[in-house]
Write a protein that binds this ligand. Structure first.
Ligand SMILES: Nc1ncnc2c1ncn2[C@@H]1O[C@H](COP(=O)(O)OP(=O)(O)OP(=O)(O)O)[C@@H](O)[C@H]1O
Ligand SMILES: C[C@H](N)[C@H](N)CCCCCC(=O)O
Ligand SMILES: [Mg+2]
Length: 234
């Protein structure tokens, strides 16, 4: 049985997919059998060659990591509207069930050394109306958690709130990834305050890539400290 890591963000758009891809990339490069999993994607895109709805987060990861696996194995629900998953599902008359997600995760965890799971938005995002949230899924998966936070102004509040919420549920995040760092003095202070307040290890700090090319992205991913990651998530 493999090891799962759930990547939660302090918000949508903070870089969960970017970091999930980086971890998966580095693991694969180092010889591990790793895969990523996006249980619920809202804002699916049409793949021209097949004219089918596909999850863009998984497309990015498959492309960067060169993963040859069916979208349907790496994603349970792919919804059209780019809104909260519970609403996107309702608009399409799709009934999300946790059993389907858990079964799919179990299949992956039995096959791979590592399954890097990407949430949707932040921790309190509803997947099923007002009854099932991203944090419920984390509980059901019984999985380690890493937080992705922005480096810039606003991140102290978002990161500490996310962690306090997790703590209330007895979920101890094991690491934080700081994303889109520009080397500004206030970002360094943000990182220090986050460390002091959460007492969680910063796994890695990633700069904002100006020229977002595959080559530059891979260069950034190669800098990920795999040893630190494996120590924290052992
Ligand atoms: N370090 C970075 N440098 C440059 N661009 C980045 C970086 N990290 C993320 N991005 C870009 O920022 C945007 C948001 O990142 P990403 O898609 O990973 O966010 P997300 O948290 O996964 O969002 P969602 O909640 O929609 O899943 C994307 O366009 C991505 O390419
Ligand atoms: C559509 C977006 N990119 C994400 N996939 C879903 C974000 C849901 C956010 C819900 C909320 O917190 O208001
Ligand atoms: Mg994403």
């Amino acid at each position: 049985m493999g090891k799962g890591i759930f990547i939660i963000g302090t918000d949508t758009d903070v870089g969960k997919t970017f970091i999930t891809a980086g971890i998966t990339y580095k693991l694969i490069q180092s010889g591990y059998n790793a895969i990523s999993f996006k249980p619920v994607q809202s804002g699916g895109i049409i793949e021209e060659s097949t004219n089918s709805l596909i999850p863009p987060d998984i497309k990015y990861i498959k492309d960067i990591c060169n993963i040859d696996c069916d979208y349907k194995k790496m994603n349970t629900y792919c919804l059209k509207e780019e809104v909260s998953p519970h609403l996107a599902a309702k608009l399409e008359n799709i009934a999300i069930t946790k059993e389907k997600i858990l079964n799919q995760y179990n299949e992956l965890i039995n096959k791979y050394d590592f399954v890097i799971v990407e949430g949707a938005g932040g921790i309190v995002v509803p997947l099923i109306d007002n009854t099932y949230f991203v944090y419920d899924l984390i509980k059901d998966l019984n999985i380690d958690v890493a937080i992705v936070s922005r480096a810039g102004v606003g991140t102290i509040n978002h990161t500490v709130l996310t962690n306090e919420f997790l703590k209330k549920l007895n979920i101890n995040a094991k690491g934080i990834f700081i994303n889109k760092y520009h080397g500004e003095f206030y970002e360094d202070d943000n990182i220090q305050v986050i460390k002091d307040l959460t007492k969680i290890e910063i796994v890695h700090t990633v700069g904002e890539i100006k020229k977002f090319t595959i080559e530059n992205i891979k260069k950034e991913y190669e800098k990920f400290d795999l040893e630190k990651l494996l120590n924290l998530f052992s």
